[in-house]
Design a binder for this molecule. Structure first.
Ligand code: NAD
Ligand code: MG
Length: 355
């Protein structure tokens, strides 16, 4: 039996995880948490909001599925890693903001990070048991979101409703907007850097509209391996929760006869500046990724609330990064302070934008 704690149980990932857990006798849901929606009776132990590490302490799970959205997921990520408890990680923001604490904690705690993000689950599978010197580079694919192919001039008036219409994935609102700005791929670039210990110049992002290829790894001999499958998050969720057994799922095997289109192109970094902003913040290191993430959370919330135009999201992020020194943080408390400072600056900048 694997005792699972599910954080973010009411969200898009959380609901699909419940389906996977229900289908497997060897997965036992011992605790569940949500941000604000009631979840009484969903698991023996439940919690709504508050400090999720208290729930984890009481539950003593074998695996934590962190499917909280945003920086709020960081304490739970560190809790699992420090104790050597397996971490099935959907909450990429915790690794973006806290990678410098999380990766050393994984080492001292001796636990595993089993990525749930589809590209990282794919990369994990492609890189497992490879000698690092044989790996040339990692390629992360991006669908391009609902605004793929638009020029910057065509993005001025897009509405939250349009941004929420994702072509290939059905996800929570924050990550859907991140997919539309390409910040999602920027966050994933930083996530991959920490997860796989690869320098940024060896991680590439390509646009791949059908989301059938989730990631590729190029090796030093000129060969590349790709991870392919229909875009369905139940596959990486199941992989993480049943690792290393790779249990079956209800997702059909790929049907090549019906025609699969594998098309790739370079991202338009002028129309979608968030990708380059994330790459620069990752390369700058220190708490720059934490500040990037916080500013993005503020800007996306304002956009969803009709208080900020779409193209101002990267502006707010860029200007927040320009206003704050981002020295490394050596504790969760310092990161929480940095996150709060970045939110204050980003909120002020957001209010100054006239919509
Ligand atoms: P969502 O908005 O659908 O759900 C978020 C969940 O987090 C909800 O259960 C909410 O109640 C909970 N939550 C929010 N704030 C909380 C807090 N302070 N304390 C406790 N719980 C809180 O989001 P989602 O689409 O399920 O995404 C969750 C995470 O997974 C995000 O980090 C996202 O980037 C990542 N992810 C999602 C997908 C996807 O397909 N949805 C794919 C890859 C990665
Ligand atoms: Mg992803």
């Amino acid at each position: 039996m694997k005792r699972v704690a599910l954080l973010g149980a009411t969200g898009s990932i959380g609901r699909q995880a419940l389906e996977i857990i229900d289908a497997h006798r060897e997965l036992e849901l011992v605790a569940a948490a949500s941000g604000s929606q009631g979840i009484d009776g969903l698991a023996p132990l439940t919690q709504v909001g508050g400090d999720l590490t208290e729930l984890l302490e009481r539950a003593g799970p074998d695996v934590v599925l962190n499917a909280v959205v945003g920086f709020a997921g960081l304490p739970a990520t560190l809790w699992a890693l420090e104790r050597g408890v397996d971490l099935a990680l959907a909450n990429k923001e915790s690794l973006v903001a806290g990678g410098n604490l999380a990766i050393p904690a994984r080492k001292t705690g001796g636990g595993r990070i089993l990525p749930v993000d589809s590209e990282h689950s794919a990369a994990f599978q492609l890189l497992e048991n490879r000698a690092p010197e044989t790996v040339d580079s990692l390629v992360l694919t991006a669908s391009g979101g609902p605004f793929r192919g638009r020029s910057r001039a065509d993005l001025g008036n897009v509405t939250p409703r349009e941004a929420l219409e994702h072509p290939t994935w059905n996800m929570g609102p924050k990550i859907t907007v991140d997919s539309a700005t390409l910040m999602n791929k920027g966050l994933e670039l930083i996530e991959a850097h920490f997860l796989f210990d690869l320098p940024y110049d060896r991680i590439e992002v390509v646009i791949h509209p059908t989301s059938v290829v989730h990631a590729l790894v190029r090796f030093r001999d000129g060969a590349a391996l790709a991870h392919v499958g229909y875009p369905d998050m139940r596959v990486p969720i199941s992989f993480a929760l049943t690792y290393p057994e790779r249990a079956g799922t209800p997702i059909p095997a790929l049907d090549f006869g019906s025609g699969l289109i594998l098309e790739f192109s370079a991202p338009d970094e002028y129309a979608f500046p968030c990708l380059a902003l994330a790459r620069a913040a990752g390369e700058a290191g220190g708490t720059a990724p934490c500040v990037l993430n916080a500013a993005n959370e503020v800007a996306v919330a304002a956009f969803l609330d009709d208080r900020l135009p779409f193209l101002a999201i990267p502006d707010v992020v860029e200007r927040t990064l320009a206003q704050i020194d981002c020295p490394p943080a050596s504790s969760l408390e310092e990161l929480v302070e940095m996150d709060a400072e970045a939110r204050r600056v980003a909120s002020t900048l957001t209010r100054a934008v006239v919509t």
